[in-house]
Ligand binder design. Structure first.
Ligand SMILES: *[C@@H]1O[C@H](CO)[C@@H](O)[C@H](O)[C@H]1NC(C)=O
Ligand SMILES: *[C@@H]1O[C@H](CO)[C@@H](O)[C@H](O)[C@H]1NC(C)=O
Length: 284
């Protein structure tokens, strides 16, 4: 007889509490390059507010100073989750609005999924530059390691600083206007592309690749596409044509000069000969 009554009271109580302070729903982590937000729904009415607490697994919960009794639906936890290798959970509490007191000691709360920055943060799209080697045989990609929200000794760390040799880049490339794609992985941020057809224009995309992560978290956001210049430029074809025709023109000129010289010499000899023959006669 006693148990049902007890359950009924508990039921009533949760009803009355959650009636005035509805629980947050859809509590999710949104994290890119270690810039980490906790988000939830819906936006609280004027009758209640939300407070965010977080904890490393097994440790005490701590409040996020700038997310106490807020009417926002997100909270920036980037600086709080300072141990990147640790795993965290957070709670979104439903509390009275700022400045309103309540007799309740326990407020309804919704717990987030677990979040481990090092394993879970998404990696944003990298920027890169294309460069052609001096001898035009190699295309070189210079990737800029994306910066993170993590600072150390006043310096903003890049994803390379954090993942070091765990970080690779996946390059996807194709001939311009062709759909056949190829890809390769590079351990460095300067990537020499060898074995490309010379003179062709190729298009490249790059994304971070962290093979030590779980499969769904290995690849970062894909970069914008950049295409190399086609090497068969009009200028080069033109200059080649100029060289070839110039060569033949020179040959022709030399030929003409030789022919003229030969013809002239022969004539002059003949003139001289006839002059010699005619001279004695004239002199007499
Ligand atoms: C939570 O997410 C689901 C699915 O996206 C959505 O249908 C629901 O409305 C959301 N809850 C709130 C309170 O917005
Ligand atoms: C690559 O192809 C596009 C059309 O798909 C063209 O507009 C662009 O100029 C080409 N780039 C080079 C470098 O040839």
């Amino acid at each position: 007889m006693k148990l049902p009554v007890c359950l009924f009271i508990v039921f009533l109580c949760t009803r009355c509490v959650s009636g005035s302070f509805p629980k947050a729903e859809n509590v999710t982590w949104k994290s890119i390059n270690f810039k980490t937000f906790l988000t939830w729904q819906p936006k609280p009415s004027a009758d209640y507010s939300h407070t965010v607490e977080y904890s490393v697994l097994g440790a005490n919960r701590q409040r996020i100073y700038h997310c106490i009794r807020t009417d926002s639906t997100q909270c920036d936890l980037s600086t709080s989750l300072s141990d990147l290798q640790a795993c965290y959970t957070a709670d979104v509490l439903s509390e009275p609005p700022l400045g309103v007191t309540s007799d309740l000691t326990e407020f309804p709360h919704t717990r987030s999924p677990q979040f481990c920055p090092y394993k879970d943060t998404d990696i944003g799209k990298p920027e890169f530059k294309l460069e052609m080697s001096e001898d035009k045989t190699k295309t070189i990609l210079h990737v800029t390691d994306p910066l993170t929200a993590v600072f150390k000794d006043g310096r903003q760390l890049s994803i390379r600083d954090i993942f070091s040799d765990q970080l690779q880049y996946k390059v996807t490339y194709r001939k311009n206007q062709s759909s056949g794609k190829k890809s390769l992985n590079s351990k460095t941020s300067v990537i020499e592309m060898t074995g490309l057809d010379q003179g062709e224009s190729y298009c490249f995309n790059i994304q971070a690749y962290i093979p030590s992560r779980s499969i769904d978290k290995q690849l970062g956001e894909i970069s914008t596409t950049k295409c190399s210049d086609s090497d068969k430029s009009i200028l080069q074809e033109l200059s080649l044509g100029v060289i070839v025709s110039g060569f033949f023109l020179a040959l022709l000129l030399v030929g003409i000069v030789i022919a003229v010289v030969v013809v002239c010499c022969k004539r002059q000899k003949r003139v001289l000969k006839s002059e010699k023959e005619g001279m004695p006669l004239q002199g007499v």
